[in-house]
Design a protein around this ligand. Structure first.
Ligand code: PNS
Length: 157
């Protein structure tokens, strides 16, 4: 059984993240969504809030689990028995940094990274842009799940 870990800050999860998770669910037996508790930029939502949003988003997929972690992703993956890291690629510009991280993670633990392309419909989405749209009261339709739209609305009210 192949367990894949889909890591990220998910601050907040966007429909781009959901797209990557949905593709990982098709390919791997189990998908563990790994929320970085303390990302480098101070997050808008706590780790518990981001985890709860992802749990609600993933309720329809039985082979998913959501957890949060601190420290190195490769240590978390090893502790959870995940043999593969999955990353979504929106555009060629994502590739350079993602390749660097994949090579570092392989150097650290031998873990393989699999890249999945996102739908072009979501190529322009990022958590930062979604937060900016939410902060200034723009429409979040087509950008995030309803649970995330409600949380952003509440946070910026
Ligand atoms: O959603 P993001 O912020 O682009 O995700 C980046 C993430 C969380 C995958 C990356 O920062 C990470 O793996 N952080 C955990 C710490 C770690 O293992 N760093 C070394 C990566 S080579």
């Amino acid at each position: 059984m192949t367990v894949a870990v889909v890591p990220g800050s998910f601050d907040p999860p966007t429909l781009g993240h959901v797209d990557v998770i949905s593709r990982a669910v098709e390919v791997f037996d189990r998908v563990l969504i790994a929320v970085v508790a303390n990302p480098s930029k101070s997050p808008l939502f706590t780790a518990d809030e981001r985890t709860a949003m992802l749990e609600e988003i993933c309720t329809g997929w039985e082979n998913t689990e959501v957890d949060s972690f601190d420290g190195l992703l490769v240590d978390f993956a090893r502790d959870k028995g995940a043999g593969v890291i999955v990353k979504g690629l929106r555009a060629v510009s994502d590739f350079e940094y993602e390749l660097q991280m994949a090579q570092m993670n392989h150097h650290l633990s031998g873990v393989q990274t699999v890249f999945l392309p996102t739908s072009p419909d979501h190529a322009y989405l990022s958590s930062s842009l979604v937060k900016e749209v939410g902060r200034f009261g723009g429409s979040l339709d087509g950008l995030v799940s309803p649970v995330v739209a409600a949380a952003l609305k509440e946070r910026f009210e």
